[in-house]
Design a protein around this ligand. Structure first.
Ligand code: HMH
Length: 222
């Protein structure tokens, strides 16, 4: 019997918002080859700021996994792998920024970015359940994986100078890592109370909305 997982149920139930986050005009612009390079540079600088704030959030998820998971060895390893990738990602952002002439030290986070980072910080509270936090982590990573993988599919016209960026999140290894996170989420949701499940679903939706706003910001929105 093929059982539909909780993560798949949510994706289907909220498919419009999900597509809004993973098939945003910013991503379509990369895939179609008509992206405005100034939008890309805005995204690059803002995402560097985001990733810096993402690290303490991931550290808090790691702590929650260690304390509160019934397969904590597995979960800690998956999350630690994500943290290791972030270390590499920060170096990559610095290299990429210098390649594009983006001065990272001069960047101020824009409103959508600030709000997203504040949301992440709120999730670091010990009162936030592991299940809720790992849902947020899974969605955040998966939106980037699905968005950038879309730019590498057959028929895409992604400019060569943007391929490396798309590879970063669109590669198969990152896809497998996202699947591992999804499995943790499904396992947690199977044993969660109705109250935690509804909080987790609300968090899933909030992350998708923040992701849409983040792409909008890069395209010159607020
Ligand atoms: C805004 N969402 C945003 N930035 C990222 N780097 C990721 C998700 C994936 O790590």
């Amino acid at each position: 019997e093929a059982k539909i997982t909780a993560t798949e149920t949510w994706r289907r139930k909220h498919r419009l918002l999900h597509a809004g986050a993973t098939r945003h005009p910013f991503i379509r612009g990369i895939r179609d080859g008509n992206i405005d390079i100034s939008a890309f540079k805005t995204w690059l600088g803002q995402d560097y700021m985001f990733v810096r704030a993402f690290v303490p959030f991931v550290a808090s998820v790691l702590t929650k996994a260690w304390k509160g998971s019934n397969d904590s060895d597995n979960d800690v390893e998956v999350i630690l792998g994500g943290m290791a990738a972030l270390n590499d990602e920060i170096s990559w952002f610095k290299r990429e920024a210098s390649k594009w002439g983006v001065q990272l030290s001069n960047i101020a986070p824009q409103k959508a970015n600030q709000e997203y980072c504040r949301f992440l910080e709120s999730l670091t509270s010990p009162e936030v359940e592991y299940t809720v936090a790992i849902v947020a982590f899974w969605v955040i990573e998966t939106v980037y994986q699905e968005s950038f993988a879309h730019c590498l599919e057959d028929g895409s016209k992604t400019p060569p100078e943007l391929k490396e960026t798309c590879q970063r999140w669109g590669n198969e290894g990152f896809g497998e890592y996202c699947n591992s996170l999804g499995k943790i989420v499904d396992r947690q949701l199977e044993k969660a109370s109705d109250d935690v499940i509804s909080k987790a679903e609300a968090t899933f939706l909030q992350v998708l909305e923040y992701e849409v706003d983040f792409w909008n910001m890069s395209n010159g929105g607020t």
